[in-house]
Design a protein around this ligand. Structure first.
Ligand SMILES: *[C@@H]1O[C@H](CO)[C@@H](O)[C@H](O)[C@H]1NC(C)=O
Ligand SMILES: *[C@@H]1O[C@H](CO)[C@@H](O)[C@H](O)[C@H]1NC(C)=O
Ligand SMILES: *[C@@H]1O[C@H](CO)[C@@H](O)[C@H](O)[C@H]1NC(C)=O
Ligand SMILES: *[C@@H]1O[C@H](CO)[C@@H](O)[C@H](O)[C@H]1NC(C)=O
Length: 653
């Protein structure tokens, strides 16, 4: 058996390890807290991140959304078309480094990054994905040891799930996890995993990283810690990044996008409600008289095709349809499913250890996510998650299993001692086997994927957004200060650019501040994020151009704008973007429609100079630019020597 004999990089220790999403912004379990620390680390998922990380849900208006969920802004990106991509730049920091060749840029650990999302059509009435308006975790009462029947399940679910609290995974997902026996083949080191009182066995809510069975939202701890998971889930895989492609390629075939996974399910008598079962493998499932069903992942269901032939006939070069049993089936019969495209396998971009910052070239690490295409044309509400998995060579991460469990067998144990051979006391290593080989996570708030209007169906679309939150660098840490993202975008005259941003009115970064500074240095009203876009001549300057000198708006064709009037003048467009949507037009001569009446310079109260009374979020405009280089800035946040919020779009012929 392997013995520890080298002194390792301090890996365990207190948090500040972590992964943080900056675009789309990660919540790190925050909602709308005015404090620097999140209120509840168990709100929706287990991040294992520092309590200071994360962004608040965006607000639609200049006021906090408070208890009104309709005042929460959901970023809304246009879906890809079957033959025209929408690109969203995903940006993040991961603290322990990842990527790179062992000799040039040695890392101190192995790593893997997994990006996934899940969506639900707008208008869904059960288990509705939501941010919630309070920071409490949803409740859960465990099933009884006897009389586990439908009435009991229904009453517990009704009592537990609260409409005003956030929801991502469903209550039933957690219930299945609570009842399903945990995978006993896994490596648990010397951790003592508890058993569920009363069930008589230990279930999937107990893992090496979660030996006490703590609950966060309705996330299933075993599913959280492992990938690819060996049971059906509602997550769709986007990308798997590893040290090199040799390490992620084998996972592509195992992705639930590409391969069915089985589950041992039954139904409550005389109902279409799934009843969870203990058995996590086919053999035991069938021995106990139940059915092991192979479930498939899908992007959406096509209800118009009711036979296998009709379903398969729908497949095109870009969209594959399959006749199979969906993971959430209650009938356990096949339906017509739109397949999820295969995830990307890529070498992880390099970043160094013990550092939350840029990668090579001083740029943030990114992945270009090609957003999915939903043939139905329905609006989807979605959440994206990113997991960061670090393991060490102190045990073979992929071949160490349950044979090595227990203090006597485990290659690693808690806080071991090393003899330094001089006859005095030994040294103690900081090793916590619950954290030795560890998964961090961040997730977005709810965002939308919208079908494209006809005018923009044929083009590639790039998204331009804003990263960062209010405060100076030490106040916002481990988030970042404001900037546009991507800062340098290169497109062609045949591409479209979708500008959109969101901000909160409660980024006060107040007490408690945890292990960082409180305060929210910045322009305008305390706690408020605001952005706008004005053209500038050169990024070395700090003044925008007066409208008469600009060409960015004259050279742009509006292909879509949130207020619906694509033929507004260049001046009205410039005004709309400079005012973050506060004004739509200069006068009623330009925009006579009734819906513009309250948004005209001529009639509306004056806009406040630092945008305090403008909306915190801007749903945006989709522009097609003529060839050229366009520099732009945010007038409120760009503060020479303190903060630079400037960016460039280069448009090739
Ligand atoms: C993390 O890596 C371990 C191997 O050390 C693997 O067993 C596990 O499935 C991985 N989890 C995720 C979420 O990637
Ligand atoms: C990929 O990384 C692994 C682990 O560091 C290494 O053993 C393997 O040789 C690498 N493969 C390639 C093709 O670089
Ligand atoms: C610029 O930033 C500094 C430091 O955050 C802040 O004190 C100041 O109020 C900002 N605005 C101006 C106009 O200086
Ligand atoms: C920020 O801006 C203010 C006002 O221009 C200036 O006095 C100060 O020196 C700048 N730098 C910092 C770090 O505050």
């Amino acid at each position: 058996m392997m013995k520890l004999f080298v002194i390792l990089a301090l890996l365990a220790g207190q948090s500040l390890a972590d992964i943080y999403l900056h675009n789309p912004r990660g919540s790190n379990d925050r909602l709308n807290e005015k404090s620097a620390q999140r209120a509840n680390a168990n709100r929706l998922f287990d991040s294992q991140n520092n309590n200071r990380g994360g962004y608040n849900v965006g607000d639609v208006t200049s006021a906090p959304h408070g208890k009104d969920a309709s005042k929460q802004y959901k970023m809304a990106y246009f879906q890809s078309e079957a033959d025209a991509e929408t690109i969203l730049t995903v940006e993040w920091y991961n603290q322990h480094g990842c990527g790179g060749n062992e000799d040039d840029n040695p890392q101190k650990q192995n790593c893997r990054l997994v990006l996934q999302y899940m969506c639900q059509p707008e208008g869904t009435t059960e288990d509705v994905l939501r941010n919630g308006v309070v920071t409490n975790t949803q409740d859960y009462n465990r099933p009884p040891n006897s009389n586990y029947n439908l009435a009991n399940r229904n009453s517990r679910k009704n009592n537990n799930v609260k409409a005003d609290r956030g929801l991502q995974e469903s209550w039933d997902w957690y219930e299945e996890c609570f009842v399903r026996e945990r995978n006993k083949g896994l490596f648990t080191a010397d951790q003592n995993l508890r058993g569920n009182n009363g069930l008589g066995y230990s279930s999937a809510i107990y893992t090496r990283q979660n030996p006490n069975g703590n609950r966060r939202g309705y996330e299933c701890p075993e599913e959280r810690d492992y990938f690819p998971y060996w049971h059906p889930t509602q997550w769709k895989d986007i990308a798997i990044l590893a040290e090199n492609e040799t390490l992620c390629n084998p996972l592509i075939a195992e992705s639930f996008n590409n391969k069915p996974y089985g589950a041992c399910l039954q139904k409550f008598p005389n109902s279409q409600v799934r009843k969870p079962s203990r058995y996590n493998n086919k053999e035991e499932c069938e021995e106990n008289g139940l059915d092991w069903v192979a479930f498939h992942n899908y992007l959406e269901k096509d209800k118009t095709a009711s036979t296998q032939a009709a379903c398969q006939a729908k497949s095109t070069n870009n969209i594959e349809y399959t006749w199979a049993i969906p993971y959430d089936s209650t009938t356990f019969t096949a339906e017509c499913l739109v397949k999820v495209p295969s995830p990307q396998c890529q070498e992880a971009p390099w970043s160094r250890s013990n550092h939350l910052g840029n990668g090579i070239g001083g740029e943030m690490n990114t992945v270009q996510w090609t957003l999915p295409h939903f043939p139905s044309g329905q609006v989807q509400n979605c959440v994206m998650r990113m997991r960061y998995n670090i393991s060490t060579d102190d045990y073979d991460p992929f071949n160490t299993d349950s044979e090595f469990n227990g203090a006597d067998n485990s290659p690693v144990t808690n806080n071991p001692y090393v003899d330094i051979g001089v006859g005095r006391g030994p040294l103690r290593l900081a090793i916590n086997t619950a954290q030795f080989g560890r998964v961090f996570q961040d997730r977005t708030h709810i965002f939308q994927l919208k079908p494209r209007p006809d005018d923009i169906k044929d083009f590639r679309i790039f998204n331009v957004n804003v990263r960062g939150k209010r405060g100076n660098i030490v106040q916002v840490y481990p988030a970042v200060e404001y900037d546009f993202t991507p800062t340098d975008l290169e497109v062609t005259e045949n591409d479209l650019v979708h500008f959109q941003w969101t901000g909160s009115n409660t980024h006060n970064n107040g007490r408690p501040g945890g292990d960082g500074q409180t305060g929210d240095a910045g322009e305008g009203k305390s706690g408020s994020d605001r952005h706008n876009i004005l053209q500038m001549a050169d990024r070395n300057e700090n003044f925008p151009l007066p409208f008469e000198k600009t060409n960015m708006w004259d050279n742009a064709e509006i292909k879509w704008i949130y207020h619906g009037k694509n033929d507004v003048s260049a001046r009205d467009l410039a005004l709309n973007m400079a005012s973050s949507g506060y004004y739509k037009c200069v006068s009623a001569t330009d925009c006579p429609a009734e819906s513009f009446k309250d948004f005209l310079v001529d009639t509306k109260d004056k806009m406040q100079v630092t945008l305090d009374n403008t909306p915190a979020s801007y749903p945006g405009v989709v522009l097609k630019f003529k060839q050229g280089k366009y520099h732009y800035m945010c007038t409120r946040n760009n503060n020479f020597t303190n903060r630079s919020q400037k960016a460039t779009i280069t448009v090739a012929a």
